[in-house]
Design a protein around this ligand. Sequence first.
Ligand SMILES: N[C@@H](CCC(=O)N[C@@H](CS)C(=O)NCC(=O)O)C(=O)O
Length: 223
Amino acid sequence: MIGAPISEESLTLYGSFTSSSSYKPMLYLALAGLPFSFRTVNLKIGVQSSPEYLAINRWGVVPSLRHRGLTILQSNVILDYLARTTGHFEGRSEQERWQAREWLSWEADHITAVARVRHSARFRKMHDEVIAEFRPRAEAALSFVDNTVKDRPFLVGDECTIADIGCWGRMVFMAEGGFEIGHWPHLKAWAARLEAMPGFALPYDLIPSKDREFPAAPHHVPR
Ligand SMILES: N[C@@H](CCC(=O)N[C@@H](CS)C(=O)NCC(=O)O)C(=O)O
């Protein structure tokens, strides 16, 4: 059973609380302070494969976003959509806006290795061959981010963009994959800068296990 959107104009996010892909748009909405409806898709009992949810998301995965009669899938496309339509975390110049999207594409190729190791370790009781293949790739991706934020506060320009939200959001469960954040000190400092932003929360504090309405947060600045 999946909850219905409140109205076409409101933002409705479908997600699950163990999912880094769901965390990414959820963190965006929390940092932007935007009001939205959360509709839970319980992956444990297979709601993602129900005909009702497949009518929303053809791939049977979370997240999905509904807004203004549109349905938007894939976490990075959702971040792109939210940045375009609400103006938050877009980047200041045209070059920065493209660069932020380049990072999202890179994230899907590389930081997903962190998510694979974590998934294998947490949900599948250690698939050694998966971990052996993806751990070095994950470490290389984390090192690339670490090196990028060595001399700059965020991945693109000097303020937080969807690049930071997308990359951080996908690596957020790194400890569950056995990655110790202290091994990447610049990345750790960058994560602390994100954590210091109003509205920030970690996934298990942010994503509810039940449907919930989120009102506009006090720090919300309409654009
Ligand atoms: N590339 C997709 C990945 C989505 C995805 O794989 N979601 C996982 C949770 S993180 C899911 O719904 N898995 C359920 C399943 O495969 O049955 C995105 O970024 O949105």
